[in-house]
Design a protein around this ligand. Structure first.
Ligand code: HEM
Ligand SMILES: *[C@@H]1O[C@H](CO)[C@@H](O)[C@H](O)[C@H]1NC(C)=O
Length: 339
C-alpha cells in the first residue's frame, strides 16, 4: 500500500465522521469481557477512539508504536488495568519511573486526549484500560497491520505495580529463556512471544538498549554483531560504546519499513539485523529451535503472521487483573484514580 494513499485516506477520516461498522464475531477468552460492552452506555466509543488515533497517527506514525507498547507494558504488570498510565502522587508510586519504563515509555498524552473525548461524550463510562486496548488495535491497523475484535469491559486499577515492572517486563539483554518464562508466566505461549515481538516492525529503540548488541561479543545473552558492516557502522555512529550523551539517541527497530506494520522485522532477523539482542536471539540463539522456525514462517508468510499477531493480541489484552477484580473503577482521568 502506498503510504501517501494511507495518509490521504486518514486525512479524510480526520475531517469527516466515518461510521465504522465493526464485525462482531466474539472470541473473548475472558468471560468477563464482551464485544458489545459499551453498546448501550457509549455506542460511539469505538468510533471516537478510532478517529482520534487516526489523527494522531497522521500527525506522526511513531504514535502508533508508542500506544502499542504502552498496552504491552500495561498488561504485563498486574493485568490490563491501565496501571501503567498512573502518575506518581503522594500516596501512589506509579510504574513510569521503574526500570524499563523510565525515559522509555512515551505517548501518555495521546491516551489523555482520547480519554478527554470519551469523557465529553459519555462521562465515567469507558475505562482507560479498554481505551488503551482499543487504541493499540487501531494503531496497528492504521499503519498497515491487521485488525481484530477487542473484547471489552476491563476496569481500571486503583494501584500500580512499580516493583512488578522490573520483574515482569522483558528487557533487551536478558536472554531468550528468561524472556520466554515471562510470557509463559502471563499465560502466553512461545508462539505468542514470537508473533508479538513482530510489534518491533514499528517504532524506535534507544542506544542504551542496543549498545551491547553492537559492541559486545557473542554470548548467551548477546547475538553476533549485525553481519552487515554498513548497518553495524551506522548503528555505531548513533551510539557510543560508553554510556553518556548518546544513551537516548534513537534508531528504528525495523530500518527497512519503520512506519509500516509488516513482516519485515522477521526478514531482518533472517539477515542477522535485528536491532535488539532479544530480537536477534529469536532466530540466532542456541535455544531458539522453536522460535527460529516461527521466525522463518512469519518471514515467508505475512498472512500467517497477521493472523497469529491478532490472536496473540487478544490474549495479551485479556490478561486479567486481580487488582480490578477485587476493586476496580472507571477512572475519569487516566493518570489519577478517582477521588
Ligand atoms: C519479547 C520481549 C520484548 C522485549 C525484550 C522488548 C524490548 C523493547 C525495548 C528495549 C524497546 C526500546 C525501548 C527504548 O529503547 O526506550 C522496545 C520498543 C518497542 N516495543 Fe518491545 N519488547 C518486547 C516485546 C514487545 C511486545 C510484545 C510489544 C507489543 C505487542 C512491543 C512493542 C514495542 C514497540 C512498539 C516499541 C517501539 C516504541 C517506540 O517507538 O518508542 N515490544 N521494546
Ligand atoms: C546521535 O545520532 C546521530 C545520528 O543519528 C549522530 O550524528 C549523533 O552524533 C548522535 N549523538 C551522540 C551524542 O552520539
Amino acid at each position: 500500500m502506498g503510504s501517501s494513499y494511507l495518509y490521504y485516506s486518514m486525512f479524510l477520516h480526520c475531517m469527516i465522521i466515518v461510521a465504522n461498522i465493526y464485525s462482531n464475531n466474539a472470541r473473548a477468552s475472558d468471560r468477563h469481557l464482551s464485544m458489545d460492552y459499551y453498546q448501550a452506555t457509549c455506542p460511539n466509543a469505538l468510533e471516537i477512539i478510532r478517529k482520534e488515533m487516526e489523527c494522531q497517527v497522521l500527525a506522526d506514525p511513531r504514535n502508533a508504536a508508542l500506544v502499542l507498547r504502552l498496552h504491552f507494558h500495561d498488561c504485563f504488570v498486574q493485568g490490563c488495568d491501565a496501571s501503567v498510565l498512573l502518575d506518581d502522587t503522594i500516596t501512589l508510586k506509579g510504574e513510569k519511573t521503574a526500570k524499563n519504563n523510565i525515559n522509555s515509555l512515551k505517548g501518555f498524552e495521546l491516551i489523555d486526549s482520547i480519554k478527554n473525548r470519551l469523557e465529553s461524550e459519555c462521562p465515567g463510562v469507558v475505562s482507560c484500560a479498554d481505551t488503551l486496548t482499543i487504541a493499540a488495535r487501531d494503531a496497528v491497523t492504521l499503519v498497515g497491520g491487521p485488525s481484530w475484535d477487542v473484547p471489552l469491559g476491563r476496569k481500571d486499577s486503583k494501584t500500580a505495580g512499580y516493583d512488578l515492572v522490573g520483574i515482569n517486563i522483558p528487557s533487551a539483554n536478558e536472554g531468550i529463556l528468561s524472556i520466554m518464562a515471562k510470557f509463559i508466566y502471563q499465560g502466553l505461549s512461545v508462539t505468542d512471544m514470537v508473533a508479538l515481538s513482530g510489534a518491533h516492525t514499528l517504532g524506535m529503540a534507544r542506544c542504551e538498549n542496543y549498545r551491547a548488541r553492537i559492541y559486545e561479543v557473542f554470548s548467551i545473552t548477546s547475538a553476533l554483531n549485525p553481519s552487515s558492516h554498513t548497518y553495524l557502522n551506522n548503528l555505531k555512529s548513533t551510539c557510543s560504546p560508553i554510556s553518556g550523551a548518546s544513551d537516548n539517541n534513537e534508531t528504528s527497530l525495523d530500518y527497512a519499513t519503520p512506519n509500516l506494520f509488516d513482516n519485515s522485522y522477521y526478514h531482518l532477523l533472517l539477515k542477522g539485523e535485528g536491532l535488539l539482542n532479544s530480537d536477534q536471539l529469536l532466530y540466532s540463539s542456541v535455544f531458539a529451535v522453536k522460535t527460529r522456525k516461527l521466525v522463518e514462517k512469519y518471514a515467508l508468510d505475512p498472512i500467517a503472521f497477521f493472523m497469529q499477531f491478532s490472536e496473540s493480541m487478544v490474549k495479551l489484552g485479556s490478561i486479567k487483573s486481580l487488582k480490578t477484580f477485587e476493586d476496580g473503577e472507571v477512572r475519569k482521568h487516566c493518570r489519577f484514580i478517582n477521588t
